[in-house]
Write a protein that binds this ligand. Structure first.
Ligand SMILES: CCCCC/C=C\C/C=C\C=C\CC(=O)SCCNC(=O)CCNC(=O)[C@H](O)C(C)(C)COP(=O)(O)OP(=O)(O)OC[C@H]1O[C@@H](n2cnc3c(N)ncnc32)[C@H](O)[C@@H]1OP(=O)(O)O
Length: 304
């Protein structure tokens, strides 16, 4: 995936500072008082995501911190891809736990405002960033564990589905699923394939057609998440799961992961441009724009 030049161009245009141009990122970890041994922890943070790598365990903690709802805007997606790329290229990092700093929300999915009333160039750029994020996460060599500490519709669910293991807070008010149909849009084939690979064809077919958002206990029954734990135990559990996965030799686990995911990844890589064109055609339709506007209005009304 030769994404660097594309990312660089996008960052330049979006105004988000690339990590490589910021003050040396690894220097931003808290300074130790003199005399104490250096903690084996490196941190970097950008606007919307914070990452801490514990060098002794090889595990990075990645926290989404983009209020109000961690929606996946172009800037967010760019930062996410850069963070993943940094960790992927860091020999000290073998696994990443993904979670959120926003109470009750893991991620609200793709930023609907990025898909409303914009021009064709913007839609193309946005969709390429969505693809890139998924290719990096689903195709990662690292062990990826989602600690889902809040609601996780659509694109948020895709992030969790793309990880190797999903642990969700056992609060029945938190829900997860690919609810695109409820917005009057269609989950693209690679969202669907990722979903099918986790829950199987029948459950995916029903859930996708109904645009279901499954409360945590139901998500567990369907196999959409692997386990539920009390919210306060989520990160502890994620670390324990990570340690179990990291106990295996990397090369064997990585080759197995790649064997399991290759067909789905290759499908998108082979049809990337076509997929972008399809998205642009679809999202530019007046009827789809109307559905999205109505959905946003419904969200706002729900508040008042
Ligand atoms: C055949 C060809 C096929 C081609 C197919 C091509 C393409 C398919 C295209 C797209 C695929 C899209 C996938 C997606 O991810 S779409 C996004 C789906 N997301 C949702 O449905 C989530 C909606 N949000 C919620 O349900 C709630 O907000 C949530 C449960 C997350 C949080 O609830 P809470 O009550 O805490 O907060 P709210 O008051 O509702 O929200 C606060 C604030 O945030 C705004 N907002 C919420 N979600 C989004 C979002 N996804 N994007 C942008 N903005 C969002 C919300 O409107 C509020 O704003 P404001 O009123 O404070 O201004």
């Amino acid at each position: 995936m030769a994404a660097a030049p594309i990312l660089a161009r996008r960052i330049a245009r979006s105004g988000v500072l690339p990590l490589c141009c910021r003050p040396p990122s690894w220097d931003r970890a808290p300074r130790q008082p003199p005399g104490l041994p250096l903690a084996p922890c490196r941190a970097f943070s950008n606007n919307k995501i914070q990452v801490e790598l514990d060098e002794s365990s090889g595990v990075a903690m990645m926290k989404f911190k983009s209020p109000p709802v961690n929606s996946l805007s172009l800037d967010f997606l760019t930062e996410f891809s850069i963070s993943l790329e940094k960790l992927e290229n860091d020999r000290a990092c073998r696994g990443v736990i993904i979670t959120s700093t926003i109470p009750k929300i893991f991620s609200s999915g793709l930023d609907i405002m990025e898909m409303c009333g914009k021009n064709v160039e913007h839609y193309g750029e946005f969709w390429r960033a969505v693809q890139e994020m998924w290719l990096r996460l689903y195709g990662s060599n690292m062990v990826t564990v989602a600690a889902v500490n809040g609601s996780s519709p659509a694109g948020g669910c895709l992030i969790a589905l793309s990880c190797d293991y999903r642990i969700m807070a056992e609060n029945p008010k938190f829900s997860i699923g690919l609810n695109e149909a409820q917005l009057g849009i269609v989950a693209p084939f690679w969202f669907k394939d990722t979903f099918v690979n986790v829950v199987g064809h029948r459950i995916a077919e029903r859930s996708l057609q109904l645009g279901s958002l499954h409360p945590a206990p139901e998500a567990l029954k369907l196999g959409l998440v692997d386990e539920l734990v009390p919210e306060e135990k989520l990160l502890e559990k994620a670390s324990a799961v990570m340690a179990r996965w990291l106990a295996l030799p990397d090369h064997a686990r990585q080759l197995t992961k790649s064997m399991m995911r290759k067909a789905v990844l290759d499908h998108l890589v082979a049809h990337r441009e076509e997929d972008i064109k399809n998205f642009i055609n679809f999202i530019s339709k007046e009827s789809i724009q109307k559905s999205l506007r109505m959905y946003m209005e419904m969200l706002k009304k729900k508040k008042s």
